[in-house]
Design a protein around this ligand. Structure first.
Ligand SMILES: Cc1ncc(COP(=O)(O)O)c(C=O)c1O
Length: 455
């Protein structure tokens, strides 16, 4: 029998996260303080995060044990299934073996709870009563609303205005789990009020919503900030995905030749590929290819420069060395809301800069075409974000058809698209359009990057 699913028992769920930091061929560039330009210290981050997360951000330990309370909640939906896409393979008439690790079965519908549960737990352990965060299309906000609900923490979510207006269902999810959600820019913070004074119709950006949430956290004693992607500790928590997949691919007796995933801030894909890339770094699997996919509308890695920039619009966060479209980037209204961030995880940027991973930018129409092919073969309606992986996975499988190679392709599938059906409607009715972020806008944003001396 040709198996369609590889399922781990609850008791086989990994009990540690994998930390790439000690295995990097070169250390990560330092994170800099926005005021002094000097490397940040754990104390600088204390107003924002619990110390346990700050220590994870810089940890030299290869494995970090997942607390029992976090494991217990993980087990309400984990381990997730590794699927073999037999029907897609047949449709493409490819000799490639296509696998996808599907994170859409968490209660919130994506990979985001893997870190939301952990972050809520560590905040609870430090006595924090309230958290402030931002969300784009609502995946992160809803995941953290669920995490905070499990640990009895109050949550305020600043949701990018355009999504707040156009996509009410994730806001309702957040409210059902007990969170308070406001559109960003909001009148509740100085960053929000400043933007509203400049542009009362501003549709918002993730960078601006982060400024609001950070300001909220630093101006209140009882509140911390929480970020759903980009930072090292977030990627760390997501490695449960790849650690499970390694066990499942062993069950299937295969090893991936190609791993594909979409990148917004980088957390879901890094969660899948970091536990594999150590084999490439160590020389055990030098030919394994790891391909990150982003939208042509927000081509951070494929078009942005590799330089220091703020994580937010107002310039409140530490400076991260990353590929960036500039912290004042206002994203065009494409549907992959989770892929519209101006920056990128420093770990992903570092690995790309070292030539260990590849990056592609894909147009919206092509990604939805792939999403519909996937829905009409495997049955799953994917979120617009993982439709980007599907496009590249299908391209690679078709190359195998030409060359006759039976490569093993692993897709990091980050979530379902049940709240994104309006986007499918737009695609199916022919109203959807492509958008390519212009080169001149990238150049223009560079003139406003922070000046940093690293000597
Ligand atoms: C389903 C889904 N996939 C991917 C992403 C992109 O984020 P990241 O790159 O951190 O995984 C998001 C972000 O909201 C998302 O909701």
């Amino acid at each position: 029998m040709d198996r369609a699913k590889f399922i781990l028992d609850e008791e086989d769920m990994p009990t540690s996260w994998y930390n790439i930091l000690p295995d990097l061929p070169e250390p990560l560039p330092a994170v800099l303080h926005p005021g002094t330009g000097k490397p940040v210290t754990p104390d600088d981050l204390k107003p924002l995060f619990p110390m346990a997360l700050i220590m994870q951000e810089f940890s030299p330990e290869r494995y970090i044990e997942i607390p029992e309370e976090v494991q217990e909640i993980y087990r309400t939906w984990r381990p997730t299934i590794l699927h073999r896409a037999h029907r897609l393979e047949k449709h493409l008439d490819t000799p490639a073996k296509i696998f996808y690790k599907y994170e859409g079965t968490s209660q919130a519908g994506s990979h985001k709870p893997n870190t939301a549960i952990a972050q809520a737990y560590y905040n609870k352990m430090e006595g924090i009563k309230r958290i402030a965060t931002e969300t784009g299309a609502g995946q992160w906000g809803s995941a953290l609303a669920m995490g905070c609900m499990f640990f009895g923490i109050e949550l305020k979510v600043y949701m990018v205005r355009i999504s707040y207006d156009q996509k009410p269902y994730r806001r309702i999810l957040m409210e059902t789990w007990g969170a308070k959600c406001v559109p960003s820019p909001s009148p509740d913070t100085k960053a929000g009020r400043d933007m509203l004074a400049k542009d009362p119709d501003c549709t918002g950006s993730l960078g601006l919503a982060i400024s609001e949430a950070v300001e909220d956290a630093v101006t209140r004693e009882d509140t911390h900030y929480s970020l759903g992607s980009v930072l090292n500790h977030v990627l760390l928590h997501q490695t449960i995905i790849g650690e499970e997949t390694r066990k499942q691919m062993e069950m299937a007796d295969v090893y991936p030749d190609i791993i594909v995933g979409c990148i917004g801030g980088g957390s879901n894909f890094a969660g899948q590929f970091l536990p594999w890339i150590r084999d490439k770094i160590s020389g055990k699997k030098p030919d394994m290819r790891i391909i990150c996919v982003e939208p042509t509308a927000c081509p951070t890695v494929t078009k942005g420069p590799y330089t220091y920039d703020f994580g937010d619009e107002a310039g409140l966060t530490p400076l991260l060395k990353m590929y960036t479209l500039g912290h004042d980037f206002m994203p065009p209204p494409v549907h992959a809301g989770g892929l519209r961030y101006h920056g990128m995880s420093p770990i992903i940027c570092h690995l790309y800069n070292l030539g260990l991973i590849e990056a592609r930018a894909e147009h919206q129409l092509a990604t939805f075409e792939a999403g519909v092919t996937f829905a009409r073969t495997e049955g799953i309606i994917s979120a617009p974000e993982p439709c980007h992986d599907l496009k590249v996975a299908i391209d690679e499988a078709l190359k195998c058809k030409e060359s006759g190679e039976a490569k093993t392709i692993l897709i990091a599938h980050s979530g379902h698209g049940h709240f994104d059906l309006a986007a499918y409607d737009e695609y199916l009715s022919g109203r959807m359009q492509d958008y390519e972020y212009p080169e001149e806008k990238v150049k223009d944003a560079l003139t406003r990057l922070p000046k940093v001396s690293t000597t």
